[in-house]
Design a binder for this molecule. Structure first.
Ligand SMILES: [Zn+2]
Length: 218
């Protein structure tokens, strides 16, 4: 796929007519935009960046001329096809948004022994966060060990020494600190984070590890 099609820039104020113009949205020449699924965006882009071409391709008469050359069947087929493509794009975007909205990050405070806690952060992969980078940022911030480890479910989580659950939440939600935004992406919402506390069970004698399953929900 051509993702870097040359696009004539208008920021210089110069219009170079010899240059072949490609739509910044679909990367086809603007004559073909109407066959692309994102044609509405193409049209808006052309109108803003090349009003002369927009007038040429999208004037009433230009569109009528084009449609007049098609048979009714061709026209219907074309419209149907475009509607289908547009719907597919829309559904894809909706699905993606729903996936992110439903993704939950779980922050666990885990009691390891008397007065010693660790904090784990699970689910960051839903947000495309690089866990190694995140662990490094947390380690620097808290001056404590932070590692990436595998969970029994097969995904990865970050484990930080100490109870830093509140601070970790603040960092994930931070929209202004450049380091935090770089690492956590700046799109995690508060309602996508939940907290779990895992306390030592009194009856168990000196457990080496606290099993994470069956953690009480707060
Ligand atoms: Zn286009």
């Amino acid at each position: 796929m051509a993702t870097e099609a040359p696009v004539a820039s208008t920021s210089t104020g110069k219009v170079v007519p010899q240059t072949v113009l490609y739509c910044a949205v679909c990367h086809f020449p603007p004559e073909y935009c109407e066959f692309q699924p994102k044609k509405a965006k193409c049209k808006a882009w052309l109108e803003e960046n090349h009003p002369d071409l927009h007038a040429k391709y999208y004037s009433e008469s230009a569109l009528e001329d084009k449609l007049a050359n098609l048979t009714v069947e061709q026209r219907e087929a074309l419209e149907k096809d475009l509607a289908k493509k547009e719907k597919k794009e829309e559904q894809k975007a909706e699905k993606e948004a729903a996936k992110i909205a439903a993704s939950k990050i779980v922050v666990k405070r885990i009691e390891r022994n008397k007065k010693k806690w660790v904090t784990t952060v699970n689910g960051l992969h839903h947000f495309g966060v690089d866990l190694k980078k995140a662990a490094k940022l947390l380690a620097n911030k808290f001056g404590a060990g932070a590692t990436v480890s595998k969970t029994p479910q097969g995904d990865e989580e970050i484990l930080v020494q100490g109870d830093v659950s509140t601070e970790v939440e603040e960092m994930m939600l931070d929209r202004t600190d450049k380091k935090c935004v770089d690492v956590f992406g700046g799109k995690i919402e508060q309602n996508q984070i939940s907290f779990v506390e895992v306390k030592l069970k009194k009856k168990v004698i000196a457990p080496p590890e606290v099993a994470p399953q069956g953690a009480p929900q707060q």
